[in-house]
Ligand binder design. Structure first.
Ligand SMILES: *Cc1c(COP(=O)(O)O)cnc(C)c1O
Length: 479
């Protein structure tokens, strides 16, 4: 592409993106395509002769856009909304152009040091002490994998040299998390060779928070039976209900017994920026490691997960492998080489987007937006509580509400109630105006709304509530 063609295409793209970022509401949130539609619309083989950007972009608009699920729609209330922002998009554009590979300090001093600076800024906003060293990974799943790898390094003698296989000198090992912990903890345990049976899921209380007394009993019982506790994962803001494990009580147990404590705050961590939410994080400063995802609720384009660790040297002990061709003089002089704090060698310039977002929004505006999302969710929860045909199924400390329709005056069996709620959810989502998801709580089907999009306002949450009420009424009347 010559410079003039790049300019032309680039300007056209910026125009398209500007319209998209402000006008995504014009698309249905969920695309109306069937499995295989996209594949069928595209040739089976790559072209032999290159094509102009305009032709490719036409196909992007014709084939791909109708098959996008619009995470950038203010009616996106499913899972955890993850919005991008204009400053984040610009940073990604630049990052692609610069193509920095920050494996060594010398392969990108800017990316290496900006990562330290921007994670330092975020750490201060979250109220975490300076002894937490930060590193950016792509996802919380990978952050938690590194946390548990470090825990394994700390707890298992000679694991780096000898691994875990066929070792008669090792006792059985166990990792603990609540029944509500994220599936990434299961995957980390599988990946690290502990085996799924080594993951002990601790029961939760009526609010879906880990029971510290049950954790204590589990640790006592396992220790009596000759099991080595390797790590405990506490979650602040679980994925189904945004439950809050009692981190302070869990930290007491872990510090006492010398067990690695990892705090998964992938979703809710950013709310530690709000003084009124700090209470939920009490004790996390005593954790060994913490993960917070700016790509979830801090308007950062996917992928940016912030991993903080008070014992990053253990991460280095677990992963640092420096072949001759990657040895550098400044490496001996104590600069950070980011390849040492993780599995991957190459890494892209992710810090750029976090830096631009923190600067462009400013902390005050970020706090205001988070507060507004929480306010809208609390309003929604109050609407559910006040309506005789709906009931709430979990506390809603952040911006996510779990509830179900249960129309008054009709006696429904549990399966009928479940079917009704599935149908309500399907119809609401078929509107194209909003997209909500579901979960299962104590066996019951729950509808789940999570508010976190940059442009979501009270208009959108009110419309979601109106659709829920109308479809519930219609389905109840049709019985
Ligand atoms: C979303 C989420 C994750 C996984 O996040 P990825 O960045 O997609 O890996 C992990 N834990 C919790 C609590 C989450 O909400």
């Amino acid at each position: 592409m010559d410079p003039s063609e790049f300019r032309r295409s680039g300007h056209a793209l910026v125009e398209w993106i500007a319209d998209y970022l402000s006008g995504s509401e014009e698309y249905p949130v969920l695309p109306r395509v069937a499995p295989g539609d996209v594949r069928a619309a595209l040739p089976e083989r790559a072209p032999e002769a290159g094509e102009p950007f305009e032709a490719i972009f036409d196909d992007f608009e014709r084939v791909l856009v109708p098959a996008l699920t619009h995470w950038n729609h203010p009616g996106f209330f499913a899972y955890f909304p993850a919005t991008t922002s204009a400053s984040g998009v610009l940073a990604e554009f630049l990052s692609a152009a610069l193509n920095q590979n920050a494996m060594l300090w010398r392969t990108s001093p800017a990316a290496t040091e900006l990562e330290e600076v921007s994670l330092g800024w975020l750490r201060a906003l979250l109220g975490l002490p300076d002894d937490f060293e930060g590193v950016i990974y792509d996802t919380a799943s990978i952050s938690s994998l590194h946390a548990l790898a470090a825990a394994r390094q700390a707890a298992v003698p000679h694991v780096r040299e000898q691994g875990l296989a066929a070792r008669s000198d090792l006792r059985p090992m166990r990792i603990y998390c609540s029944e509500q912990a994220h599936s990434s903890i299961d995957k980390a345990v599988l990946t690290l060779g502990f085996g799924h049976a080594s993951l002990r899921k601790i029961p939760v209380d009526a609010s879906f928070n880990m029971r510290a007394d049950a954790l204590r009993n589990a640790l006592d019982e396992d220790t009596r039976n000759g099991v080595t506790p390797v790590a405990v994962v506490a979650t602040v803001g679980t994925t189904s209900t945004t439950g809050i494990d009692p981190v302070a009580a869990i930290a007491d147990l872990c510090v006492d017994r010398g067990i690695w404590l990892h705090v998964d705050a992938a979703y809710a961590g950013v709310t530690a920026m709000l003084p009124e939410c700090r209470q939920y994080f009490s004790g996390w400063e005593r954790a060994d490691s913490i993960v917070v995802n700016p790509h979830k609720w801090l308007f950062t384009p996917f992928d940016l997960s912030a991993f903080y660790c008070r014992r990053m040297n253990v991460v280095r002990e677990a992963f640092s492998v420096v072949p001759d061709y990657l040895k550098t003089a400044e490496g001996n002089a104590g600069v950070r080489n980011l390849m040492d704090t993780g599995i991957q060698l190459g890494r892209r310039f992710r810090a750029l987007k976090l830096w631009m977002i923190l600067r462009h929004f400013g902390a005050e505006r970020l706090r205001d937006i988070l507060r507004e999302h929480i306010r809208l969710a609390q309003q929604f929860a109050a609407d559910v509580d006040d309506h005789p045909d709906f009931e709430r199924l979990a506390p809603a400390p952040f911006a996510t509400v779990c509830f179900r329709a249960n129309p008054r005056g009709i006696a429904l069996t549990a399966p009928e109630l479940e079917r009704l709620n599935e149908r309500v959810l399907d119809r609401v989502n078929a509107s194209g105006e909003v997209f909500l998801s579901h979960t299962r709580l104590n066996g019951a089907f729950a509808i789940r709304i999570s508010i976190g999009h940059l442009r979501t306002s009270g208009v959108h949450t009110a419309r979601a509530w109106q659709l829920l009420v109308e479809h519930t009424a219609a389905l109840a009347a049709a019985r």
